[in-house]
Design a protein around this ligand. Structure first.
Ligand code: IGP
Length: 263
């Protein structure tokens, strides 16, 4: 079992839920990455998703797009993030998950990228524009390593599709909770809860809900029917505003289920 999965299972077996914050590498300067990771770890993150800035982020809404633009304007690239993470190695103990589109990996060189991820001890990869049918090469290279290739399941995925994904999944299944791009939503209807239950029923792996979750009440609502949640835009925005208190409050909801780090 890969470490990411193990950490999520540990949370769940302690009666808690997993919380995976997303942050954009290089927003605010790459030299802030280290402190932000340590802050998120102290707040109780189960794992941390690190976004790589990219010029054509098709799945991203305004908040993350703008964060990516700021990072790109700071000269941040996949190569630089990997270098920075090499320097941080051993200082953060929660698993780090890199979220990048395929293009930066190909531009960097896939083999080199995986070698560097192994050196750093990266715990997982999320590559939203890499379809299941095309991931063979990468999957082969990751076999026997501790890097989980984490798939996305969408609201429109059929039961058969969810089954196919569940069989190949590693780490956890990322159940996308909106039809559309990243960014906070006001409300999640019953159909989202039903969808999450459906994914949970067929998945041998933990299921985490992500997209649109921006309030503590939504963390609780969607955490209730899954093994935990992923929150991106709300964290990115709070970091941008330097509002560490709202990052903390997102990660420590009232029923205490997410109180897994410092309180
Ligand atoms: O920002 P949101 O709505 O909280 O969504 C999560 C998210 O930011 C993060 O997981 C993510 C950012 N960009 C992505 C692209 C694809 C899949 C996932 C992501």
């Amino acid at each position: 079992m890969k470490t990411v999965e193990k950490r999520i299972r540990e949370c769940v077996s302690n009666g808690k839920k997993a919380f995976v914050p997303y942050m954009m590498a290089g927003d605010g300067g790459l030299d802030t990455l280290h402190h932000k990771l340590i802050f998120l770890e102290k707040c109780g993150a189960t794992a941390i998703e690190i976004g790589i800035p990219f010029s054509d982020p098709v799945a991203d809404g305004e908040v993350i797009q703008q964060a990516g633009e700021r990072a790109l304007a700071n000269g941040v690239s996949l190569r630089k993030v990997v270098e920075e993470l090499s320097g941080i190695k051993g200082k953060v103990s929660v698993p780090l998950i890199l979220m990048t589109y395929l293009n930066p990996i190909l531009a960097f060189d896939m083999k080199l990228f995986i070698d560097r991820c192994l050196e750093i001890g990266i715990g997982g990869l999320i590559i939203p524009d890499l379809p299941l049918e095309e991931d063979g090469l990468l999957r082969e290279r990751l076999e026997g390593t501790d890097i989980a290739l984490i798939p996305l399941v969408s609201l429109t995925s059929s039961d058969d599709r969810i089954q196919d994904i569940a069989v190949k999944a590693e780490g956890f299944i990322y159940a996308v909770t909106v039809n559309g791009i990243t960014g906070g939503r006001d409300h999640f209807g019953e159909e989202v809860v039903e969808h999450l239950k459906r994914v949970k029923a067929v998945s041998p792996l933990p299921v985490l809900a992500g997209f649109g979750i921006s309030r503590p009440s939504q963390v609780e609502q969607l955490g209730e029917c899954t093994d935990g949640v992923i929150v991106g835009s709300a964290i990115v925005d709070a970091f941008y505003r330097d509002d560490l208190e709202s990052v903390r409050s997102l990660m420590n909801t009232s029923d205490g289920k997410f109180k897994i780090g410092i309180s």
